[in-house]
Write a new protein. Structure first.
Length: 130
């Protein structure tokens, strides 16, 4: 019983110190508009999301931010808006653009457009139930 209490106390003490460790907020900036939003971060500290690009906020562009490179505009697939939703451990960014429902993947500086996303046809099988 004593060993359990010591282990439990040590675990609680380490959680308390982790909870009191302050975090550092970093202003990522914008791509010229009034605001931006970070949506995902990987273990390397690469942050992805979207930023308004005009003062009116009408257009948004996906971005990738790293401590070394700052905010990089990932552009769109021809429309006025895009959003980066996730970033892998290797730095691949996935998101969407407002052009005909296409998905996009950015890997090592190259953009790839996926197949158009369309509504399932009547003949398509139903997704598995959970």
């Amino acid at each position: 019983m004593l060993v359990l209490a010591v282990v439990l106390f040590a675990a609680l003490a380490s959680n308390a110190s982790a909870a009191s460790t302050p975090f550092i907020a970093i202003d990522l900036g914008t791509l010229g508009g009034p605001n931006s939003a970070a949506l995902a971060v990987n273990a390397s500290g690469q942050v992805v999301g979207y930023s308004r690009t005009t003062s009116s906020g009408a257009e948004t562009h996906a971005f990738s931010w790293t401590p070394a490179g700052g905010m990089v505009d990932l552009g769109t697939l021809g429309g006025s808006s895009s959003t980066a939703l996730a970033v892998s451990a290797s730095g691949q960014v996935v998101g969407y653009s407002d052009v005909a429902g296409n998905a996009a993947l950015r890997s090592r500086g190259h953009r790839r457009m996926g197949s158009p996303i369309s509504a399932p046809s009547a003949a398509a099988p139903a997704p598995p139930s959970r």
